[in-house]
Write a protein that binds this ligand. Sequence first.
Ligand code: PLP
Length: 454
Amino acid sequence: MPSIELRTVIPGPKSDALMHRRVAAVPRGPAHATPVFAAKAEGAVVEDVDGNKFIDFAGGIGCVNVGHRSPRILSAVQTQLEKFIHTCFSVAPYESYVELAEKLNALVPGHFPKKTLLVNTGAEAVENAIKIARNYTKRPAIVCFEDAFHGRTMLGMSLTSKTNPYKAGFAPFASDIYRVPFAYCYRCSYSLEYPSCKVFCAAHIEDTFKRVVAADSIAAIIVEPILGEGGFVTPPPEFLPMLQAICRRHGILLIADEVQTGIGRTGAMFACEKFGIEPDILITAKSLGAGLPIGSVTGRAEIMDAPGRGALGGTFTGNPLACAAGLAVIEELRNGRLMERAVELGDRFERRSRQWQKRWAIVGDSRGMGAMRAIELVRSRETREPAKEETEKVVQYCYEHGLLTISAGSYGNVLRILVPLVITGDQFDEGLGVIEAALASVCGSREPAGMHTA
Ligand SMILES: Cc1ncc(COP(=O)(O)O)c(C=O)c1O
C-alpha cells in the first residue's frame, strides 16, 4: 500500500489559510521548503492539516534519524515530564545531563579523557566550541571552509560561507575568521582532479599560514566532515586526516561540526569515525534530540576545562526533556541496526541516482555517505552551470506529489535526502519514484522506461 495519500491539490485549503495567517503574523525571514502545515508525523510520514500524507525525505532538516515519534523517545520524554521540566542545570543540576555527557564522552572518537557541555542548538554548539578553543589556546584566529554552514548566530554566520540569504545585510561579522577552499572535487577551487591533485586543498593550508594568517595565532580549524547545507560535499578519504595532521603540527585544535553528519546519518555514530580522525572537539545537535532542541560540545577534558566556573552555560542548556530524548536516541542507536540501515538506504539511493545520471544530463554528480546523499543538478555536464531553478522545480514537483525534500548547496542546485532511518524499503522506493518522476518532468521527458526500483 502506498504511503503517499493526497486528498487535495497541494497546498490544501487549510494549509493555504494558515499560510495567509503566517504571512501576516510572522516575518518573512524564516522561509519554507514546502507550503504545507504539519498536523501529525509518525516514522517517515508527515500528515498535513488537510489530511494529505507525505513521505518525509527531509526529516526536519536531519533531526529525526530515529524517526518521528519513536516510541522509545516518547516514553522517555513522558517519564521526564512526570518528574520535572526545568530547574536549570546552573541552579539545581540533574542526573540525565551528566549521564548524557558520560555517554557522549564514550561515543565520540578519541582515545583520551573527554568532557561534554550541553547546549540548545547547533549554532550554540559552534559558538561554545570556538569560545572554548580560544580560551584554551589563548589564540584568536579561526580557519573555516568555503561552502561551510555553521549556523545563524553572529559567530555561526561569520563562519558560514554562503552569502545569500545567510549573510547579506548582516555585516559586520566577527573578526579573525579565515576561509579556505574545501575539498569540493566536483567544483575544485584549484581546477585540479582527484587523485592526481594529491589533495592539494588540504596541503595548501600550510601556505595560508605563510600568506594569510600565522599558524601560531590560530586557535582552531572548524570543519564539517561532509558539508551539509553546502551540498553534501564529501571529501576524499585523505582530506580530513591531512587536516588533522596539519592541526597537530601547529598546535591548532580541530573542531568537527557533526551537527548534520552525526548521530548515525553516515552509517557510523559520527562521520569522523568513517574518516579515521579524532578531533579535539566534536559538536552535535539536530538528531541528538529526535526533534527536541539540544546540542553538545565534546572535547579533550583539559580543553573543555579551560573556561572557568560560570564561563559557560545558559538558562535552558541541557534541558531535562531534551536530555531524556538524547539518552533514548543513543539507546535506539546502540545495537547498530539504524547505522546499518543508513548504509543500505545510501546504497539504494546511490544505485538509483547513477541510473538517473546516465539518463539525464542534468544529474551532474551523485555523492554522499551512508544515508547522507545528494544529487547536484547542472545545466550542462561540460560547464557544470548550476541548475538552481530546475532544482526548485524538482522540490516543488516532489511536495505536490507527496514527497517532502529539501535543496542545498551554495548555488541552490543540490537535492539532498535526510530521510528518517526507520523508513521502510517500500516507502523509500516510493519516494525515489517521486524524485525520478520529478526529474523526468523537469527534463521534459516521459518517465524513463525500464527503470526499476533498487
Ligand atoms: C553543520 C551545521 N552546523 C551548525 C548548524 C546550525 O544548527 P542550528 O540550526 O541547530 O543552530 C547546522 C544547521 O543546519 C549545520 O548543518
